[in-house]
Design a protein. Structure first.
Length: 319
């Protein structure tokens, strides 16, 4: 049996825990006896405590009682983990048991615990798209990918937010027992064995600037109202009341994207809204959002989201 340690704490995201553990439990039904997974919950005390949704969880052993020997160690995430001070007992537990594990990692914001333990330095990692910028700032030695659903970098496994822990666990099943078993487990849980695209499908590219009335805010409003237009750097610079060179330089500094990238991102966000909430044909969506034609929109969607417009509409269509 492969032993799996799931490190938990008060306020943990329940689905970060139950999602992967359900995958391992279901996998045992498709695997020969003795070749499956056994799971232990490791927490600060043995007494029950509540997850962020109010569910009671009961650890099997405490941080201090956990001993090296687990084949895999995972840290679950929680809504408060990015801002919370690291629990020294949890960090000490990680240091104690990770070294002997063949694989270790995190689900969602559990990556912050790994970061505080010094386990992300020099590694390619991911976390929930909303928290990825904070993770990158807090742990600059880590290479944070904002889009991937899950990543394996050597022995280190990290996943995106919440349900992505299921994707990560299915990938582990695939690695250990093959695609057929992973697919059988996915069917049993009524999820896809490998979802298409990345986290960009779930996160908006742009948000309104905080400083209303600033030159950048004026450009933002102009772009959103004139997506069909050409929107060249010269046009946007004129709207901001700046020279094209000064505008392009200031824009990159403030927005962290070139004007051309910003316009493309705005068009993608506008197209996503229309695909989610309207019956417009793809040709009409492409025209309204300034792509010019469906083929161009498909290429941009494939580059930025990893899915086609039709696939996006099928996944996110509002009734």
């Amino acid at each position: 049996m492969r032993s799996v340690a799931m490190i938990i704490f008060p306020g943990v995201q329940a689905l970060d825990v139950s999602g992967p553990l359900d995958v391992f439990a279901e996998a045992n039904a498709f695997i020969a006896d003795g070749d499956g997974y056994s799971v232990a919950l490791i927490g600060p005390e043995r007494q029950p405590f509540r997850a962020s949704n109010g569910m009671l969880l009961v650890p099997d052993v405490t941080y201090e009682e956990a001993e090296p020997g687990f084949d895999m160690v995972l840290v679950a995430g929680g809504p408060g983990l990015p801002e919370a001070a690291p629990d020294p007992r949890l960090i000490a537990c990680l240091h104690s048991i990770v070294g002997a594990a063949a694989r270790y990692g995190s689900v969602c914001t559990g990556a912050f615990a790994l970061g505080h333990a010094g386990l992300l330095d020099g590694r390619l990692v991911t976390t929930h798209w909303q928290n990825a910028p904070v993770l990158a700032r807090m742990f600059p030695q880590a290479n944070v990918d904002f889009d991937r659903i899950y990543i394996r970098d050597g022995a280190l496994l990290t996943s995106a937010g919440v349900t992505a822990g299921i994707d990560l666990a299915l990938a582990i099943i695939n690695e250990d027992h093959g695609a057929a078993v992973a697919l059988a487990v996915a069917k049993r849980l009524v999820v896809v064995a490998q979802r298409q695209g990345g986290q960009s499908q779930f996160s908006p590219y742009i948000a309104a600037p905080a400083e209303e009335g600033s030159p950048i805010a004026k450009v933002y409003l102009h772009v959103m109202a004139h997506l069909r237009d050409r929107l060249s750097v010269a046009d946007l610079a004129e709207r901001a009341g700046m020279s094209p060179r000064s505008f392009a330089r200031a824009f990159v500094q403030q927005v962290q994207a070139t004007p051309a990238e910003f316009v493309e991102q705005a068009r993608v966000d506008a197209a996503r809204n229309l695909l989610e909430g309207s019956d417009l044909a793809l040709k009409a969506v492409a025209f309204e959002c300034g792509f010019g034609n469906v083929q161009r929109m498909r290429l941009v969607f494939a580059k930025r989201l990893g899915v086609t417009p039709n696939q996006y509409r099928a996944s996110f269509r509002r009734s």
